[in-house]
Design a protein around this ligand. Structure first.
Ligand SMILES: [Zn+2]
Length: 333
């Protein structure tokens, strides 16, 4: 991703403020505000980039204009922005060569508050847009919902690979022709957004529970809430800390109680694989099997619920945009 005004704010090269940036077009100077997350406010609208702002200025008199490079024609307090951007790039290059061995900084520390706020705004806007699309679309017939999302495990390779139980296992997707998915899954935009946002906050793994409902009649599991949980770091510091994650059992009672108050129950768990593939590791599969067994035991008491796992990949280089890659899985009996 490219440099934005949020990066310059975090690097203290510019500061948010009223009328802080300006651009001149056809001899007229247009001033705009820089917001704390680096968005530009002008003429009652807010722009995610300087180029979007300068394009809007030009379109006012020249509506056919297709594109613009705001870095070249917008100034901050009289200094051309491209000069400040170059300084930012030089400083961050110098900074990153100094920063070796600092692998475990959290994303919020390395991102800076303005960049984090801009990312949060972008995710929130996307989620709102997705929700709007969802609401305006005619409801699909209920039996198709979420069918392709749960994944099935078949034979597990032995745990004696080079990476032991941290080895990733490729999931198989349910296929109605080959083997039908045993139950249906749907997730609310709120739950999806929270998992996504929580995962974006850290460069190490995060973990949480999923709350929702199970309808045994329609065989539909609905994930309605995501609840971040505390985690225990396994192993010595620095040693596999990025791939091993286990729940802190002390955070569980609060979560169960919070769900109970809303008439929901625990229906799954989620955790992140910050930059690597969202396939489960052997340890993830073992945890997932244990959870499933726990909830089948519950079935004996007349309340059996499927249990789903979600693996969220916020910073994988293969992601198409800021949204996380999310893989839903369970262990096939
Ligand atoms: Zn994992």
């Amino acid at each position: 991703r490219g440099v934005t005004l949020a990066h310059l704010i975090d690097a203290r090269l510019i500061a948010p403020g009223h009328g802080a940036v300006s651009t001149t077009y056809n001899d007229v100077v247009h001033h705009a505000d820089v917001l704390p997350d680096g968005y530009v406010a002008w003429d009652g609208r807010e722009f995610a980039s300087v180029s979007a702002f300068s394009l809007a200025v030009k379109r006012k008199t020249n509506p056919g204009r297709k594109a613009d490079d705001g870095w070249k024609c917008v100034s901050y307090m009289g200094t051309p922005l491209d000069r400040l951007k170059r300084r930012y790039e030089e400083e961050s290059k110098a900074g990153s060569s100094r920063g070796d061995g600092q692998e475990n900084l959290s994303a919020t520390e390395t991102m800076g508050p303005a960049v984090a706020a801009a990312a949060a705004r972008e995710i929130a806007a996307k989620t709102a847009a997705a929700k709007l699309r969802e609401e305006s679309r005619p409801k699909p017939p209920p039996r198709r919902r979420g069918v392709n999302r749960a994944l099935m495990m078949t034979a597990l390779p032995g745990a004696d690979g080079v990476n032991g139980d941290l080895q990733m296992v490729e999931c198989e997707v349910y296929d109605d022709d080959e083997r039908a998915q045993p139950w249906r899954l749907s997730a609310t935009p709120e739950a999806s957004f929270l998992m996504d946002f929580h995962s974006h906050l850290c460069r190490h793994e995060i973990i949480g529970f999923l709350g929702g409902t199970w309808d045994p009649r329609t065989k539909c599991l609905t994930v309605k809430r995501a609840l971040p949980a505390r985690r225990l770091v396994l192993g010595a510091p620095g040693e596999n800390a990025n791939v091993e994650v286990e729940l802190d059992p002390e955070s569980v009672p609060d979560i169960v109680e919070a769900l109970d108050r809303d008439g929901l129950r625990v229906v799954g768990w989620y955790h992140s694989h910050p930059v690597f593939s969202t396939h489960p590791s052997l340890r993830d599969i073992e945890n997932q099997s244990n959870y499933q067994r726990l909830f089948r035991d519950d079935e004996a008491k007349g309340g059996g619920t499927p249990f789903v796992g979600a693996i969220v990949g916020p910073y994988a280089t293969t992601n198409k945009d800021l949204s996380s890659d999310v893989r839903w899985f369970h262990v096939a009996p």
